[in-house]
Design a protein around this ligand. Structure first.
Ligand SMILES: C[S@@+](CC[C@H](N)C(=O)[O-])C[C@H]1O[C@@H](n2cnc3c(N)ncnc32)[C@H](O)[C@@H]1O
Length: 463
């Protein structure tokens, strides 16, 4: 079978997630993919794929990619790129596209260009024997020229270190990110997951048409929306009755004084035309699973609480277990539910109620200085497929753990997990720098420093 080389061109964000996203989509679609260079932080992957259709299928689902090119030239310098391209044109690479309308897009990575410079670059390709008309709005064929100037914006070289030219064969699924924007969403909460990460999770979870997808910490349902957009039948649980009934304090500043109306996860599903994929959400405590033992989910996506903007709690009592009469209204008391416990319960539950080969994905917050790989939870029913970091602040991050179920659980199976408890994350989050200074203190410290230096220079003794 003839295979072609394609350049997958990425947006420069969520770098750690790219390779897992493309691998997950390719494996979901059963498309063999060959990586031609080891994965790096550079904004492209060179791959071999069996057909243009395969590239289009992968691109259409990806939210980390921008577009895919059939590679015509890949050279370390601009002059070498033009040489290669001239040779390829002589060999007839343009023939099938010669008469079509076209445009050339120019992208500089880690550098900028004026309009005039852009035009100059486009005109430098005038030797290509295009015969069709230029069409900037809706061309039959788009070509892409890329100059890469490295990853360090503080150290931009004079000339690009790599250049590419290719024919655009597919655009990515990134338009969905804008379609699902939180800005215009009917119902959001103060911890709603952003659309790109939600879609990314659905891709990494290999959600496909007809799958049964559960979010046990559903909140405002962002993960369900993303999974439903990829064809999953979605269901969720949350311990917070007010959240599921859209009765929490409005999150949008300008609507704080207006009571919430018709806000719910279902309303979001209607807004995004995927209500047919919505099963329901249930007020329930995920530490006490409420599912029939024969229910099997294809995918479990979770964004458990970190204790920063929402409490981490489960139903329980420190003192005694009250006996509740059936006819009385009972509001169960709650106790703290540490991250370790949450993760252990989630993995135990998933080991039983996730399909074999199904994926379990969840986030854990980490304090970067104290994080090490040994804290990552392990369970013999699961293989860790990916562990991707999203930096939150200088000191904190969250990691998305991607697990695949590889065997049915045994009674003796235990989940080992040594993630520091939510309380400790919370403490570190709020007291991350005891020496953090106010502006005034910083000014005073700088002045004092200056004074000390001056004294040192002039051999004066200062207390
Ligand atoms: C980080 S938020 C999830 C946000 C959600 N991904 C979204 O996009 O809106 C965590 C959610 O877990 C819920 N939660 C906390 N403890 C729980 C428990 N024991 N069982 C079920 N849900 C719980 C909280 O009420 C909160 O809505």
């Amino acid at each position: 079978m003839k295979r072609f080389i394609y350049l997958l061109w990425f947006a420069h964000e969520h770098v750690a997630f790219r390779i897992h996203e493309i691998e997950s989509i390719a494996s979901l679609l059963n498309i063999p993919i060959k990586w031609l260079e080891p994965p790096s932080d550079e904004p492209w992957y060179l791959v071999e794929l069996p057909s243009e259709e395969a590239v289009q299928q992968i691109s259409a689902r990806s939210v980390t990619m921008r577009r895919a090119l059939q590679l015509w030239a890949d050279e370390p310098t601009i002059s070498k790129l033009h040489e290669t391209l001239k040779e390829k044109c002589l060999n007839g690479i343009l023939e099938p596209f010669k008469l079509k309308s076209f445009k050339v897009d120019v992208d500089l990575f880690c550098n900028s260009q004026t309009k005039e410079e852009k035009l100059e670059r486009i005109e430098s390709f005038s030797y290509i024997p295009f015969e069709g008309p230029v069409n900037l709005k809706n061309p039959d064929v788009t070509f892409q020229y890329i100059e890469y100037y490295g990853l360090d914006p503080k150290n931009i070289p004079e000339f690009p270190t790599r250049t590419f030219f290719g024919r655009v064969v597919a655009e990515s699924g990134r338009s969905l990110i804008h379609e699902l924007s939180l800005k215009n969403r009917t119902f959001i909460g103060n911890t709603s997951m952003d659309p790109q990460l939600s879609l990314l999770m659905a891709n990494l979870g290999k959600v496909s048409n007809g799958d049964l997808v559960l979010d046990p910490f559903v909140g405002s349902g962002s993960l369900l929306v993303a999974a439903a957009k990829f064809g999953g039948h979605v269901i969720g649980t949350d311990i917070d009755y007010l959240m599921l009934h859209g009765r929490t304090r409005p999150t949008r500043k300008q609507t704080r004084h207006i009571p919430r109306r018709n806000e719910s996860i279902e309303a979001n599903m209607v807004q995004y035309s995927c209500v047919d994929k919505y099963i329901d959400v249930i007020v329930a405590d995920s530490s006490i699973p409420c599912w029939r033992s024969d229910v099997e989910f294809d995918c479990i996506l979770a964004d458990p609480p970190y204790g920063i903007r929402e409490p981490t709690e489960r139903i329980g009592s420190k003192e005694f277990l009250p006996i509740v009469k059936k006819e009385t209204i009972h509001f169960p008391s709650k106790v703290d539910y540490g991250l370790n416990e949450i993760v252990k319960d989630l993995m135990k539950f998933s080991s039983k109620q996730l399909k074999l080969n199904g994926r379990l994905l969840f986030w854990v917050p980490v304090f970067k200085q104290h994080y090490d790989e040994s804290q990552i939870p392990r369970h013999s029913s699961f293989k860790l497929i990916g562990n991707c970091e999203q930096v939150l602040t200088t000191f904190t991050a969250r990691r998305l753990l991607i697990f695949e179920k590889i065997k049915m659980p045994e009674d003796t199976d235990e989940c080992s997990c040594t993630i520091p408890s939510t309380n400790s994350f919370r403490e570190q989050f709020f007291n991350w720098d005891e020496n953090r200074l106010t502006r005034k203190e910083k000014k005073e410290a700088a002045a004092r420093n200056k004074e000390l230096w001056f004294a040192k220079l002039n051999n004066i003794n200062v207390k």
